[in-house]
Design a binder for this molecule. Sequence first.
Ligand SMILES: *Cc1c(COP(=O)(O)O)cnc(C)c1O
Length: 328
Amino acid sequence: MSFKEVTLNDIREAYQHIRPLVIRTPLIESQHLSESLGARLFLKLENLQVTGSFKARGAANKLRSLSSGERERGVITVSSGNHGRAVAYVARELGIHAVICLSEAVPVSKVEEIRALDAEVLICGRTYDEADGEAQRIQTDRGLTMVHPFDDPLIIAGQGTVGLELMEDTPRLDTVIVPLSGGGLISGIALAIKSTDPSIRVIGVTMERGPAMYRSLRAGKIVEVEEEPTLADALAGGIGFDNAYTFSMVQRYVDDTLLVSESEIAGAMAFALEKHRLIVEGGGAVGIATVLYGKVKELGERVAVVVSGGNVDLSTMFRIAREQGVLQ
Ligand SMILES: *Cc1c(COP(=O)(O)O)cnc(C)c1O
């Protein structure tokens, strides 16, 4: 097999392709975090992106690149929720039929949002990995195009556009902190950043419960981890034994990876709600958790944290707000 290496130019091209379908998200300074850390701390608000997460960027880039035959036959994907919603949204905008395979672990609100976008939703297994197997069978049967959630050069390039916007909006960054699951987001961002300024540190963050990429990096090979219930449901799932891009890109471009606990994720969600009036889902809050709980040594003077998504059930958000004491 031959693999196409993703380049900075692919990310620049992706930026032009996705513009009609996504928004340039705001970058705000967190006064609270800047004061408590003694550094300038910026939040990149992908929770405000179309479909509630950055996943719309990769989906838009991938679907816009399909041939007319592929568009006619339709697409299929497997998702822990946000990627499915992004693919369903872009497919509807472009008039493409989309089949979205979800596991039983996907929160109700995410399933409902995807159904509302006219996609064909199939609950295909108990875990992400089970749903993945089922999706591959359906893809072959029906001749659909698979839209991988992370391990695809066009998806990686689409997600990498977050990195371009970050560098345009904040000059002289020292550290960029990015939520990490399959690694599409951080591969794209790290490539954009390191090809522009290799001295900027890029740090990946994931949850203690089932950190597939984190374990694989330490093992030096792809390992499987047990899927466990977590507030960061968007970060659940393996990186695939057939991983062709993100594992090696993360090895090459990412400086460090860190873990956060469930209570730190809850604390970060409550912080975003209380101090910034922002609803951030667990997977989107892991970067905030690392700075809130002092997990990163040597942040430098200017830090950007990617807040990757906001699709959390309101009942969960408000339970956490009460438990964390920011809501009575
Ligand atoms: C998908 C997702 C991530 C992780 O992205 P990867 O490309 O799989 O590493 C992080 N946060 C949110 C909210 C997501 O939906």
